[in-house]
Every structure is written in C-alpha cells, then in structure tokens.
Design a binder for this molecule. Structure first.
Ligand code: FMN
Length: 310
C-alpha cells in the first residue's frame, strides 16, 4: 500500500513525504525535544516553531488557556532565531534523517526574504512554510495574510531567493481565504497550509480581566475542524497546488475527511500536545482504512469528495 505523497510537484527539488502525517508548527518545537517522547521517524514531516531573523522572547504569561473543545495560545514567536537554527538544528535534522520544514515569520517583506536567503543551501531543511497568519504578534504576522496583494508580494519575493519548496500558511481570519489562496498560488507558492489559529479570547472572571497576558490568542483544537474542512474543500476547487490541512485533527477519521476534501497531507497540532501517540495512531488508522476499502494508494482518495460533489 502506498501512503507516500508529493507536496511540491511544481518545484525542482520536490517534497515527497513517506506518509501524509505532519506535526504542526509550534507544537513540536525543533524536533530534537521529542526524542524519547515519540518516534521521530514515524511522521512524514515536522514543521518547526515559527522562526524570525533575531531570536524572539514571545508574549507575557499566561500564554495558554483551555476553552470548550479547544485551546487558546498566545505564545507569540518565541524562537531561537534563524542563525541558530541553521548552525545548531539543521545539522542535527540532517544527521537524524528527519524531514523538517521551517516555518518563517517576519515584521516586513525584507525580513521574510532575508530569512529565506539565509536558509538557501542549508542541508537538513526540506522546505519553507511562510507564516503570514500568526495572530499573536504585534507587528507582521496575520496582517500579511489578510490582503491578497500583500500575501502575493511576500510569496513572490521569497520565491525569488529560494529553491526550496515554498508552502504558504493561510489564516482563517481573511475575508476571503479563496482570494488569498488564488493570489499566493499565482505568485509561486508550491503548496498551501490551511489553516492557522483563529483569533479568540477568554476572561478570568475572578480577576475581572482578560485571561491571557496578550489579551487575545489563537484558537486551535477540535473546535477548528469544521472551519478548516470547509476552507480546504473550497480551496481545493480553486487551485491546482497540493493542500496541507491543519485544524483540529485528532483521529484517522478526521484526517481522512480532510484528504477526501482535497488535502494531500495533514498536520496535527493541539492533539499532539494532548497525547504524543496520536500522530502514530492516526497513521495506523489511515492505513487500516485504505486496506479495508481496498485502496492501493492514498493518492486515490485525495479530493474524492470534491470530485463526487461536482
Ligand atoms: C502552542 C501553539 C504554538 C503555535 N505556534 C505556531 C507557530 O509558531 N507558527 C505557526 O504557523 N503556527 C503556530 N501554531 C498553529 C498551529 O501550527 C496550527 O496551525 C493550529 O494550532 C491549528 O491546528 P490544531 O487545531 O491541530 O492545533 C501554534 C499552535 C499552538 C497550539
């Protein structure tokens, strides 16, 4: 049975994953922290924490809150900075033989371009995920992902300095996710990730003030799944690049729904924080489903619900 997927067919290097299971940015650190916690050779790929030009401290505490059917996070972009990632993390990824995609974020187009330029030629890195959808930072972040022209400009400029597969991660907060998806695809994105977190908040009723230090945070977990599913399905009808689904995936059934809606791969975030065995269980469940249904390749399922509804 073939569960391998190609996420960047238009890119010279390509991005072939041994399976469609990925760990979402911000929920798997820089991978090395996971050794001994989970089998790091099981997922098809990891997307590391959003990385900026200079190291970042992130937002004030509290930064996490549980809400009904999900969680809020306002970590912000606490990260080691691109130079440390290149010198300290990439060689380890290369030695371990894990597929890592670097999630990058900047305060302006020039910063995104500079980060991508520095990554060029670095061994151990399989692709770039352009984070134009982080709701938890003061400058940059999600504002770049709300306007089709701005999103396309960053994509185009980054594409000019990189030969790595370029994935653009979209925000559910855009007035029209379809417009952003179309614009960044035309600008050269090799694949799209849908979706990042949705802006939300919680109030501490005893202290009579916002619970999170940053006031608002990003909503993730099961509550996000139907929203993400509709966005993947609608985008699959519009663009011809591979889609990577993200948002509330915690079971094989969830993953299969997204694959049928047009996703070539799925990212698991919040569910991995709850149980590090979940990605492995999802992969086992996907394989069992393919076997039960006598489907020889996962590629035969990608987008079948889109085709069947036409
Ligand atoms: C604690 C935490 C940190 C996150 N950090 C990032 C980040 O640095 N960059 C990014 O693009 N997305 C980040 N995300 C968003 C996730 O990658 C993912 O898009 C989102 O959580 C939805 O998926 P889920 O419902 O499976 O968690 C973060 C999410 C969480 C929960």
């Amino acid at each position: 049975m073939d569960v391998s997927v190609e996420l960047a067919p238009r890119n010279q290097k390509g991005l072939r994953l041994q399976n469609p299971l990925m760990l979402a940015s911000g929920t798997c650190g820089y991978v090395t922290e996971l050794e001994g916690v989970t089998d790091i050779h099981s997922p098809g790929a990891f997307v590391c924490k959003g990385t900026t030009l200079k190291p970042g401290k992130g937002n004030p505490q509290p930064r996490i809150a549980e809400v009904t059917s999900g969680m809020l996070n306002a970590i912000g972009l606490e990260n080691i900075g691109i130079d440390s990632l290149i010198s300290n993390q990439a060689p380890t990824w290369n030695r371990l033989g894990v597929c890592v995609i670097v999630n990058i974020a900047g305060s302006n187009t020039e910063e995104y371009v500079e980060i991508a330029r520095r990554l060029e030629g670095t061994e151990g890195i399989s692709g770039i995920e352009l984070n134009i959808s982080c709701p938890n930072v003061k400058s940059g972040g999600v504002e770049f992902g709300l306007d089709p022209e701005t999103a396309a400009t960053i994509t185009r400029e980054v594409k000019c300095v990189t030969t790595l597969p370029l994935i653009v991660k979209l925000s559910p907060g855009a007035a029209s996710v379809s417009d952003i998806a179309t614009a960044v695809t035309k600008a050269g994105a090799d694949a799209l990730t849908l979706i990042n977190t949705f802006k939300g908040m919680a109030i501490d009723i005893n202290r009579r003030r916002p619970l999170l230090g940053n006031t608002t945070g990003g909503l993730s977990g099961p509550i996000l799944k139907p929203v993400a599913l509709a966005m993947v399905y609608e985008t699959a009808r519009l663009v011809d690049v591979p889609l990577i689904a993200c948002g509330g995936i915690s079971s094989a059934e969830d993953a299969i729904e997204f694959i049928m809606a047009g996703a070539s791969a799925v990212q698991v975030g919040t569910a991995f924080l709850v149980d590090p065995c979940i990605p492995g269980n999802i992969l086992t469940g996907i394989k069992a489903f393919l076997s039960e249904q006598e489907v020889s390749s996962i590629n035969k399922l990608i987008g079948c619900a889109v085709t069947n509804s036409k």
